[in-house]
Every structure is written in C-alpha cells, then in structure tokens.
Design a protein around this ligand. Structure first.
Ligand code: C2E
Ligand code: CA
Ligand code: CA
Ligand code: CA
Length: 277
C-alpha cells in the first residue's frame, strides 16, 4: 500500500519528534550524570608497532544511564557541547584520567596517556590551570600526556589556536591531531601549528586491506608526518593484516580491536600485566 503525501509527512513528524524527544531526555539526564557517578573512563591500549611493546592508552568516555542504558559518546558529546555542559565533562575526564595515569606509572613508568579534548574547551584558561595543578600534585611527567584535538577544530574560527597549542607545549604537554583525513585542513597549516602526533582516522585503517586508495593515504600520511618530525598513530586496527601493513608503512603506534577493545580501568591493569610479562 502506498502512503499519501500527507501520511508521509505525518510519519516524518513522528520520526522527528522522536528524535527531539530523545535529545531532551539525553540532555536532562546529562545534567545529573556527573553527580550520580554514571560516567567511567575506559582505556584503549596503544602499542608500539615496531617493537610490539605497550605504548600507553587512550581514555574513552562511557556513560551508563539507568533507563537510557549505554549512551555512546558520539551521541552525548555533541549534546554536552551545544548545551553548555561539556566543560564539566572535560574537567571530569582530566581528573579521572590523570588519577589513573598516576596509578599506572607507579607500575609502568613510561606509560603514555591520551585524552580527548573538545575544541570548545581547548582554549579555556581553567583547563590549563587544572592540568598544571594535577600534574604537579600527582608528580606526573607532562611529556607522557597527550591532548587529542579533532582535525575539524583546527579549521577556521580558532584564530588563536596556535597560541593555545604553544602554551600546552611550553608546559611539556603533547598535542595530537585526531581523525586526520576527515577534515579539509592542509598539512602545511597543521605543521605550522606544531603538533606532536597525527592520528589516522579509522575509516582509512579499518578496510586498508581491500582498498588501494586507503593504503596510499596511510602510507603518504606516515611519510609526510615523519618528514615534519611528528609521530603517527593508526586507530581502528581490526586485523593482523592491517597491523602488519601499517608496520610496513613505518607507522609508529597503533590501537584497535585487534590489539584490544577499550577496557575498564581494572581490566586494563590486567591487560597491561599480561602484555608486559
Ligand atoms: P575517537 O577519539 O576517534 O575514538 C576512537 C573511536 O573508535 C572510539 O569510539 C573507539 O571505541 C573506537 N574504536 C577503537 N578501536 C576500534 C576498532 O578497531 N574498530 C572500530 N570500528 N572502532 C574502534 P567511542 O569510544 O565510541 O568514541 C567515539 C568518539 O567520542 C571518539 O572518537 C571521540 O571523538 C569522542 N569521545 C570519546 N571519549 C571522549 C572524551 O572523553 N572527551 C571528548 N571530548 N570526546 C570523547
Ligand atoms: Ca581520539
Ligand atoms: Ca580518532
Ligand atoms: Ca572520531
């Protein structure tokens, strides 16, 4: 049976109102999520591709709500950003992440921790202050902390981005360009920003074996980044074939389901123990 156009509009309205209803629910649940302790910071291991040894981990946020269940960060981070709640989320991530790093370096002194920072927060003075305070309090090495900012943040608007990045690097904190290849920034522009690490987006890595184009992109990214003096991380390594392929391209570090899924902190400690034995 065919829908009349007015029926189709009704369906469209229903679908639309379901989307905004969900958004409202997520927004209001987000307001109390921190206080209720519903967030956790998972750790996804990163390995050195040339030695196979543990490099460190990327912290990835998880939110478990009693009624909504697991809400993915791709859904709630943009909502937190547009509703003015992202800064308190970022603060929580930094506090939790550096707390974990403090515990980890007691056992593994060279461990590197990467944290995702929303472009909205990067230039906040309070963020720099919080980082310096915790780094001192926990006696951490800032060179073992990396802030990941997405490539899209580097495009346009942020005129003072270079100053902000310079400030972090002066403290010793490293900066990584995340999701590289998904935006339209030129490497020339990125290089004058002065970043430490380039993360190749998983869309190029996941099916690297079946796509010559993706192989070319990954290889070229490794070569360019290296000649600019920065390291390369591949995310989304799902198979041994991709692992060895990226190794062959001289990619420095890798993460992905083939190595490990993101793990809760206790599970991560168990993983580290096995991986370093
Ligand atoms: P991202 O920073 O690009 O993180 C990589 C995403 O790929 C993560 O999704 C991770 O779980 C997933 N992943 C890792 N290995 C594989 C693999 O082998 N195959 C596939 N298919 N996926 C893999 P996740 O955890 O759902 O996070 C999604 C995005 O949410 C992140 O993308 C990041 O942009 C954002 N996000 C996560 N945690 C935070 C946070 O603490 N702060 C901020 N501002 N954003 C965060
Ligand atoms: Ca990231
Ligand atoms: Ca990424
Ligand atoms: Ca991403």
């Amino acid at each position: 049976t065919k829908c009349s156009s007015s029926e189709r509009w009704q369906l469209f309205d229903v679908a639309n109102s379901m989307v905004s209803e969900r958004r409202l629910k997520v927004t209001s649940a987000l307001k109390t999520a921190l206080d209720k302790g519903e967030f956790s910071l998972y750790m996804q291991p990163q390995v050195n591709l040339s030695t196979g040894k543990v490099h460190g981990a990327e912290g990835l946020l998880r939110w478990e709500h009693p009624e909504l269940g697991q809400v993915p960060p791709d859904e709630f981070i943009p909502i937190a950003e547009s509703s003015g709640m992202i800064y308190s989320v970022t603060e929580w991530v930094i506090e939790q992440g550096l707390h974990y790093q403090k515990q980890i370096v007691e056992l593994y002194p060279n461990h590197i921790l990467s944290l995702n920072i929303s472009g909205k927060d990067l230039a906040k003075r309070e963020l720099t202050v919080q980082l310096i305070t915790l780094i001192n309090e926990f006696n951490l090495n800032p060179r073992q902390i990396i802030l990941e900012i997405t490539e899209s943040v580097t495009i346009g608007k942020e005129a003072n981005l270079k100053e902000v990045v310079d400030d972090y690097r002066r403290i010793g904190i490293k900066v990584a360009i995340d999701d590289f290849g998904t935006g339209y920034s030129s490497l020339a522009y990125l290089s004058q920003l002065g970043f430490d690490e380039l993360k190749i987006d998983k869309q190029f890595v996941m099916d690297i074996e079946s796509s010559r184009t993706n192989q070319t992109i990954c290889k070229a990214t490794c070569d360019m980044a290296h000649s600019l003096g920065s390291k390369v991380v591949a995310e989304g390594i799902e198979s041994l074939a991709s692992y060895t392929r990226l190794q062959g391209f001289g990619c420095d570090f890798g993460q992905g389901y083939f190595i490990s899924r993101p793990l809760g902190f206790d599970e991560y400690l168990v993983w580290l123990n096995k991986a370093t034995r």
